[in-house]
Design a protein around this ligand. Sequence first.
Ligand SMILES: [Zn+2]
Length: 386
Amino acid sequence: MDLQLVGRGRPILVALAAASAIALFAIVASMMGVRTAEAAFVSTTLPPVQVVEPEPVRSGVAFVGGDGVTLWSGPERDPLLALEGGITLPFLHRSGDWLLVTTMCNDTAWVDAADVEIVPSAAAETPGSGFDIAGATIVLDPGHGARDWGGVGPSGLAEKEVNLDIADRVRDLMAASRVIDWSDGSVDPGAEVPSFGRVILTRDVTGPEGGDFELGLGYRASVATAAGADAFVSIHNNTVPRIDTDIPGSEVYYSAAAEGSDRLASLIYEELLRSFSVFEADWRGGELLGARARIDPDTGDDYYGLLRRSTMPAVIVEGVYISEPDEEALLATAEFRQAYAEAVYRGIVRFLTTAEEGPGVNRPEVFGLDAGTVSGNGCQLPVRAE
Ligand SMILES: [Zn+2]
């Protein structure tokens, strides 16, 4: 904690004199057998010393406890609504005791800092052999929620439920120290990998409706930004495959712009294959498997809004195809969900603590309605004369 001593009147001289007097008094007192704490306590005749509190946290995440929280239109203004508890509100601005938060519907509102538990933005740490997992911040984002079911299996399994359970399992893995057997990928209690410093789910089973509530893309990315995440991993499952495949049709989309995202995607993809290949299924997939990225032809930015809004290593994991009977049946089991979670866990551990590249990534592809065209209005690029 940074405490500053500020004297009244002639601030520096008075403060220095006070500090010297306290030090001298403490030395004399200790020689006389009086403990320093008592010595400081009895030195009431010294000039008054004002303690200045540390700067308030300006950005971070605000956890809303069980009693919920009131959202306001502005500091000391009108109450908008009372939000349920079990929610994380990211904030990047502060005015006095008020935080400007982003809501799950991508709006902004103000909350009283006294009504929430504040965790400041974590400082970025560089991945590699010296990385301290005990200080890591990870944001896990279970895809979809509430009326947005995501994909639905032939027998009615909802992607939103599966994604949430898998993210919850990843968090459980990260909540304790583990040992990983890299020969077969098994993850067990042990002391090799410490528990992660902080793991935040954008929607959590402890939240409203057991975590089945609606979240905007802007909100999801804001949680990762405000938390200062070392990795941002969105958990999904896929629909509408194109072809039969010999191996699971897993895809991991990386942010083409945010440094490190491609390596994170490559490693998670490799671990998914390791986890899934022990299961039997008539696998289906897209024409392009593995780690990949999509670029919007109109803007040159990432096609997926979640990744476009991310500045830290960020990926969207599409484990398997929930729209396929075999793969839906697997996703319905605890064993397969645990295998999925362990793959994400191992991929993140490798990303943070090594410089491994994994199998590599597909090059970003232009993707969108106008894919393959330079412009819709007959524009021609100037061609250099030979
Ligand atoms: Zn999805």
